[in-house]
Design a protein around this ligand. Structure first.
Ligand code: MF3
Ligand code: CO
Length: 261
């Protein structure tokens, strides 16, 4: 959506803050021995405690209805993993915790991939590069730029590091619905796609495979997996295209976002 007045501005910031708080609390629970069903249920409780609702739960794509409250994707799972009692986190795993919530009518969406205990250096590098690629994208979320400036910055960072950006899922505008215009691919040239306007609220979310970029769909009809079995990472922030440049609105309380200048 495009924020046009103070009231909308306040509402979308509050909504984003709720999503950030839930993600932060969930990430705090990630540890070897935790199963992803319990982690999802913890997310459900955090969302309720804050007076919000999950924007994933019962989300429809065609005739499929998403059954969980958050998206939890482990290792070679790329996005939209469904929490399961059988999926017990082990030292050396990584897990993407993706939280999208609705609060007083507005949606906030954010994701981080975190290590479970100690991980291999190459896996940590994948997480670092994906997060840096997200910030490179965010720096280009400036009114007057084409969306492609974001896309290109993300793709460059990822490919120079020897990894691949996923083509099958993209970032998006956000507001009263989860997926709004414009789409924000994580690949492309600087002059590609729509032009950014002041007040736009965007979810910038690189999804990166350590190996090739292809994905396959899991048997549950939701979980996307890397087709080569390689580890995958995903970072996402909700960003306001502000008067004075990009502003990340999913920074949890007590944390500071890196400088964007
Ligand atoms: N953050 C995810 C996205 O933007 C949320 C998807 S909800 C689901 O695609 F129901 F599709 F999982
Ligand atoms: Co999103």
């Amino acid at each position: 959506m495009i924020v046009r007045n103070e009231e909308q501005n306040k509402a979308i910031r509050e909504a984003a803050q709720v999503a950030a708080t839930v993600l932060d609390r969930m990430v705090g629970l990630v540890a070897p021995g935790m199963n992803t069903y319990d982690l999802d249920q913890a997310g459900r409780r955090f969302i309720e405690e804050l007076g919000a609702e999950s924007a994933c739960y019962k989300y429809k794509v065609g005739s499929r209805i998403y059954p969980a409250f958050t998206c939890l994707s482990v290792n070679n799972e790329v996005v939209h993993g469904i929490g399961s009692l059988e999926r017990v986190l082990q030292e050396g795993d990584v897990i993407s915790v993706d939280v999208c919530t609705r609060y007083r009518g507005y949606i906030g969406d954010n994701c981080r991939t975190v290590p479970v205990g100690r991980v291999e250096p190459e896996v940590q590098r994948l997480l670092d590069v994906t997060e840096e690629a997200m910030y490179d994208g965010i720096r280009n979320a400036v009114a007057g730029n084409k969306v492609g400036k974001i896309s290109n910055a993300v793709q460059k960072k990822v490919e120079r590091a020897g990894f691949s950006v996923i083509r099958d899922f993209v970032g998006h505008g956000v507001g009263k619905s989860l997926h709004e215009e414009p789409q924000i691919p994580n690949f492309g040239r600087p002059g590609d796609y729509q032009r950014l306007k002041k007040g736009m609220v965007l979810c910038i979310e690189p999804m990166v495979n350590m190996g090739r970029h292809g994905i396959v769909m899991g048997e549950d009809g939701w979980t996307a997996l890397s087709s080569d079995g390689s580890v995958s990472a995903h970072f996402e922030h909700t960003v306001l295209v502000g008067e004075d440049g990009p502003e990340i609105i999913t920074v949890p309380e007590g944390k500071v976002a890196p400088a964007l200048g």
